[in-house]
Design a protein around this ligand. Structure first.
Ligand SMILES: [Zn+2]
Ligand SMILES: [Zn+2]
Length: 218
């Protein structure tokens, strides 16, 4: 059995790791650690964050510095994703990686990082107050005042709604309010009008929730 096969990908995200040289590129294509020829680099000077490389196509951590290709999709590490695959997205901020399999670093302007490092950067750059949000969680639902709604749907709205202030945000907001009021109380086929006090109160509760959640954003 290969030594990495038993390792938990999440555990890999938590612990300090050595970054194999040449895994990240500056926007102009230069390797970040190629300039001085010294081995592992740290991403954040303050915290000394060091993590594994990851597959640019599916985001799976390498798990071993000896592995040369992804055990999940077979792509060699460091290689661009194929054009015909669906690219992975961050479960924290829901952003998909770009065509090169990387995202702009949250920590260092001009640096592009793989998904594993991007996720680790959220430790220092959270999208909202998730500790607080978790306190209202009930299984796969979240309690919002006297209502409840699917946790994942609400969290996605709280995160993406901070950046998308357009029509998409309004629709998501209404969908959540509908889920909180109409469906849970009167069944999916009932009609609730937007000016009803119950609906208005649920709307206000969701708006408040977003405001409070966003306070944890950095
Ligand atoms: Zn892969
Ligand atoms: Zn993210």
């Amino acid at each position: 059995m290969e030594p990495w096969s038993t390792r938990d990908p999440l555990a890999i995200l938590m612990g300090p790791r050595v970054i194999p040289t040449g895994t990240d590129l500056l926007a102009d294509g230069r390797a970040t650690d190629g300039s001085d020829g010294h081995g592992p680099v740290t991403v954040t000077g303050s915290k000394g964050l060091m993590i594994d490389t990851a597959c640019l196509q599916c985001g799976t951590p390498a798990g071993s510095s000896l592995a040369t290709f992804c055990r999940r999709c077979g792509l060699p590490y460091g290689e661009r994703p194929r054009a015909d695959v669906e690219l992975p997205s961050c479960p924290i901020c829901y952003q998909s990686v770009d065509d090169d399999g990387r995202l702009p670093s949250l920590d260092r302007f001009g640096l592009r990082v793989d998904l594993v490092r991007h996720r680790a950067e959220h430790d220092l750059y959270p999208v909202g107050d998730d500790d607080w949000l978790e306190t209202m969680r009930e299984g796969d639902r979240i309690r919002i005042g006297r209502w409840s709604a699917p946790f994942d749907v609400v969290r996605r709205y709280l995160v993406t709604g901070q950046v998308d202030a357009g029509r998409g945000r309004a629709l998501a907001h209404d969908a959540i309010v509908n889920a909180m009021t109409q469906i849970s109380r009167w069944g999916p086929n009932s009609l609730v009008f937007g000016d009803q006090p119950e609906w208005a109160a649920a709307r206000a509760a969701v708006s408040e929730l977003m405001e409070r959640y966003a306070k944890g954003r950095r």
